[in-house]
Design a protein around this ligand. Structure first.
Ligand code: T3D
Length: 264
């Protein structure tokens, strides 16, 4: 039987999803897309799952599209709009809107769509030896998987253009310095740190965190007026969760809150 191209490990309150095509630096093929989509859907459907770690097996995080599936004769170009529409765009939308925090644990090189899928995660940790490469320009393509939207917002116009047009590798430390990622950590400490964060999120008010993600995403396009209205609505929703009541009770009892992460 063929080895799974995505491996899922369930931990107490969270799941670890590992891209598993290490001989191709975990590049995406259709099978891996399918397995990843399933892994994310199953995590979402499991009420006990309150955080997700996305990482890669071997020395890479993900090298983007598997280019061995893209070798073609002149005049027989693959329809890349269709693969973005069917595979990459739904993946990025799913990660961004997932009802739990997603931690990208970037264990090695993240290139092409692999870099942008990593950057779509809520908290991006990277091993100090990891690199981010907007490799698209090297093969005549446009940064996808949300790259052209995320990069200028994360690092500003000048750096976004440099990264996208030059396709040079950016070290994890520089990525942290530029605000592209949350933190660069020693290679040996990466997964411990990712597990520490996921275990923390597994005890947190999951619905409130999901609404916070929603508000921050909407802020990218809303004006202040629209954002104030949205905050009003989302706060109303957060205020009706049992975790809010528990948070206030715990505050006055001077004890740590016991959040359930449930809606009602
Ligand atoms: O197509 C569509 O549907 C549209 C969507 C596109 C999304 C995209 O992601 S397009 C961009 C595709 N990705 C790339 O262009 C990156 C290609 N890879 C690289 O530039 C380099 O491999 C890296 C910078 C990622 C790492 O370099 P390095 O020197 O550390 O490793 P390497 O020796 O280049 O790669 C190791 C092996 O992985 C090697 O195989 P081998 O020689 O040991 O048998 C290499 O061919 C393979 N590999 C790496 N990336 C890919 C890959 N094989 C297939 N597809 C890859 N993307």
């Amino acid at each position: 039987m063929a080895e799974a191209s995505v491996v899922v490990e369930a931990r107490a309150g969270y799941r670890v999803v590992t891209l598993n095509r290490p001989d191709r630096l975990n590049a995406f093929n259709e099978a891996m897309h399918g397995e990843l989509r399933r892994a994310v859907e199953e995590a979402d459907a499991d009420e006990a799952c309150r955080a997700l770690i996305l990482t890669g097996a071997g020395r890479g995080f993900c090298a983007g599209q598997d280019l061995s599936d893209r070798v073609f004769e002149e005049g027989k170009a693959p329809d890349l709009s269709s693969t973005l529409e069917r595979l990459y765009n739904p993946l990025v939308r799913r990660i961004r809107s997932l009802r739990m925090p997603v931690i990208g644990a970037v264990n090695g090189v993240a290139a092409g769509a692999g870099a942008n899928v990593a950057l779509a995660c809520d908290i991006v940790l990277a091993a100090r030896s990891a690199k981010f490469v907007q490799a698209f320009a090297r093969i005549g393509l446009v940064p996808d998987s949300g790259g052209t939207w995320l990069l200028p917002r994360l690092v500003g116009r000048a750096r976004a253009r440099g990264l996208a047009l030059l396709a040079e590798p950016l070290t994890a430390e520089r990525a942290e310095e530029w605000g592209l990622i949350w933190k660069a950590v020693d290679d040996a400490a990466l997964m411990d740190e990712a597990h520490r964060l996921a275990a923390h999120f597994a005890t947190q008010p999951t619905v409130g965190l999901a609404l916070t993600k929603q508000a921050l995403d909407a802020a990218e396009t809303n004006d202040l007026d629209a954002q104030l209205d949205l905050e009003r609505d989302l706060q109303g929703e957060a205020g009706r969760t049992p975790d809010y009541a528990e948070g206030v009770r715990a505050f006055f009892a001077k004890r740590p809150p016991a959040f359930t992460g449930r809606r009602g």
